[in-house]
Write a protein that binds this ligand. Structure first.
Ligand code: HEM
Length: 366
């Protein structure tokens, strides 16, 4: 009996070695029984960059196989043609799925968790409200208050003390902290932003720390720097959908009813095929045309704010808030990232830095 067991184990070991030898050149191995799960777990610490490598290797779309008899198979894509198809052209065939509805159930019938006519109605109301001039002025007033009464006093205090602070705590995990990190580590970008502010808004004086919405709209280079940081570090690194009926993606992949589809917004911001050879560089200039205007990149390629009928309604608002905070901080303070501080995106539904963002803040004299 023992003899049979030994032969069986030796046979299994041989099969394992043979399978490994045959597939070791692949970025992820599809093992019998365990599927691709071991490879995924091995790279869990740096999953966003791992998925980016997989998508590049497989030409933009990969079918992930989970362990046998589990419901863990899904299709991962970062191919703009697939994204356009799924989120625009064949939008009605893809929905958020039961897990998503469960998460948002406690929030009731809000716009994010709801579907169909009720969602359509809420979206229309919200959009018409956000687009109105009255709302823009209201937003300006509220944001000005937040910057003047919240942000500036904290930064004044911290710069007076000369201590290290975690910018992630100050901004409570919102995007501007990444803009500051990217700007602080790219001296030429910082200089260009300051130059633009001085050139476009020369009226500013010691007391004017917060600009109006109209003034902020003149800052093209700053707008480009924000687009660039949102490209490299989107707030939502990935999203997932469930197919209702069968479909064929433009890449040729077949989709069966109930197939889970995951799209990586993080990877799409780092694809050479979309952004060119310098896709990993922080280069606001890529967003500026020869005429000095912001280049329009279709939303199914720059996916940070999603695309199609469910795209983000707060995009314009986000730029106002980020520009207001960025100008107030950059004009008045110098932000220096503490040397040797590790910067690593965390595995999470919302992207943030695993070790925070330790900086030193000092007053800027212009
Ligand atoms: C950096 C800032 C922001 C980013 C990157 C962002 C990104 C996104 C993304 C990716 C979605 C699609 C979510 C999904 O379908 O699961 C979305 C939806 C949405 N966003 Fe934003 N968002 C931002 C800020 C805002 C702000 C400030 C508002 C405030 C009004 C807002 C309001 C919404 C709403 C209401 C939806 C749901 C739209 C719908 O389902 O029809 N967002 N956003």
């Amino acid at each position: 009996m023992l003899w049979y067991a030994e032969i069986f184990l030796a046979f299994l070991f041989f099969l394992f070695l043979f399978h490994w030898g045959w597939n070791k050149h692949l970025p992820i191995i599809n093992w019998p029984v365990f599927g691709m799960l071991p490879g995924l777990l091995q790279n869990a610490e740096d999953v966003h960059n791992f998925v980016t490598r997989l998508l590049k290797y497989y030409g933009g779309t990969v079918e992930f196989r989970g362990p046998w008899f589990t419901n863990m198979n899904f299709v991962v894509t970062g191919d703009p043609a697939n994204i356009h198809h799924v989120l625009n052209r064949n939008f009605s065939n893809y929905e958020k799925g039961p897990e998503f509805r469960e998460i948002f159930e406690p929030l009731g019938d809000g716009i994010i968790g709801s579907d169909s006519d009720w969602w359509r109605y809420q979206r229309k109301v919200l959009q018409s409200m956000i687009k109105s001039r009255k709302f823009e002025l209201f937003l300006e007033k509220v944001s000005r208050g937040m910057v003047e009464k919240g942000l500036i006093p904290i930064l004044d205090h911290v710069s007076n003390l000369g201590i290290e602070v975690d910018l992630q705590d100050i901004f409570q995990r919102c995007r501007p902290q990444l803009v500051f990190w990217l700007v602080a580590t790219h001296a030429s970008v910082e200089a260009k932003i300051l130059e633009e502010i001085k050139e476009q808004l020369p009226a500013n004086n010691e007391n004017q720390r917060v600009f109006s919405v109209d003034e902020l709209s003149k800052l093209v280079y700053l707008h480009a720097a924000i687009c660039e940081s949102l490209r490299l570090f989107p707030s939502l690194p990935f999203e997932h959908l469930h197919a209702v009926g069968s479909d064929i993606l433009p890449s040729g992949h077949s989709i069966n009813p109930n197939t889970r589809l995951l799209y990586s917004i993080y990877s799409m911001g780092r694809m050479e095929s979309i952004w060119g050879k310098d896709c990993l560089e922080f280069k606001p200039e890529r967003w500026i045309s020869e005429e000095g205007q912001i280049v329009h990149v279709p939303s199914h390629k720059f996916l940070t704010f999603n695309t199609g009928p469910r795209s983000c309604v707060g995009k314009h608002m986000t730029f106002i808030l980020m520009k207001m905070a960025a100008t107030a901080v950059l004009l008045n303070y110098r932000v220096e990232v503490v040397e040797g501080h590790p910067i690593m995106p965390n595995i999470s539904v919302v992207l943030h830095m695993k070790h925070g963002l330790k900086v030193r803040i000092s007053k800027r004299r212009i």
